[in-house]
Ligand binder design. Structure first.
Ligand SMILES: C[S@@+](CC[C@H](N)C(=O)[O-])C[C@H]1O[C@@H](n2cnc3c(N)ncnc32)[C@H](O)[C@@H]1O
Length: 231
């Protein structure tokens, strides 16, 4: 996110974002800044590398802003799953947003090990919070029963995304499912499987989607939220 920010937002705004990511990482004991290829340390023979997006940490301000739109009840009761958790910056944001049960799914053994190491400070500061890392292809991950918040910072596309969305659609037949999708290259995969857009951030830099039993009655958030880069 940081490197593309310098390219996309211009030098000053891009540098501001890089600085905010570095400050976030320092404050929460993470080393999550540098990008990394996915192919490092992947054992799963069914993994579709052509669908995978390399590791880059999410913009923590944007992620936190979206997660804080979810009702507090959802944040305390739902399982937060970061599909493609990389070095765990998304998980750190999930903890700060108030989730008590979090799962990171990461196909790269090396990235998963870095995620585990990165979470040491957050775990110590939040002893009641349960964070687990699963080293596996996201297509094979079966979410636990109960309400779910799926967090995706553009981790994969293509058939891999289709298979994950299929599982989420299945989950939504019994439980509420929220999806926070940042850099949503595969939004149609969700819209084609019954997910509704609850909020759109900036010029579609991020989406909040929802599906599930209580979806019809839930509050609709403001659409087309303007992104305030200075926050
Ligand atoms: C753009 S990074 C997202 C990082 C992280 N979610 C965050 O918010 O900082 C994408 C991540 O998805 C992982 N990934 C790609 N394909 C995957 C797959 N099929 N299963 C699990 N993880 C995958 C990559 O290794 C990489 O760490």
């Amino acid at each position: 996110m940081a490197f593309s920010a310098v390219r996309q937002q211009g030098f000053a705004a891009g540098v501001g974002q890089v600085a905010s990511e570095v400050v976030f990482d320092r404050r929460h004991g993470l080393a999550a800044f540098l990008p990394r290829e996915v192919s490092d340390g992947v054992d799963d023979p069914t993994f579709r590398i052509a669908d995978a997006v390399q590791y880059q940490g999410v913009d923590p301000r944007l992620a936190l802003r979206i997660l804080e739109m979810l009702p507090m009840e959802t944040r305390s009761n739902a399982t937060f799953v970061d599909y493609g958790c990389g070095k765990a910056r998304g998980l750190a944001v999930g903890i700060l947003a108030g989730f008590r049960r979090l799962v990171g799914v990461e196909v790269s053994r090396e990235l998963a090990a870095l995620a585990d190491r990165n979470l040491a400070v957050m775990r110590r500061r939040n002893p009641g919070v349960d964070v687990q890392i699963h080293v596996m292809d996201a297509t094979r991950y079966q979410p636990p029963e109960g309400p779910l918040v799926a967090f995706l910072y553009n981790p994969f596309v293509g058939l891999t995304l289709e298979r994950v969305v299929q599982r989420l659609e299945q989950h939504a037949t019994h439980h509420p499912v929220w999806v926070v999708y940042i850099n949503p290259r595969g939004r149609s995969a969700f819209l084609n499987r019954g997910f509704r857009e609850r909020s759109i951030f900036g010029s579609s830099e991020a989406l909040l989607l929802q599906s599930g039993p209580e979806c019809e009655n839930m509050e609709t958030f403001g659409m087309r939220e303007t992104l305030d880069k200075g926050r």
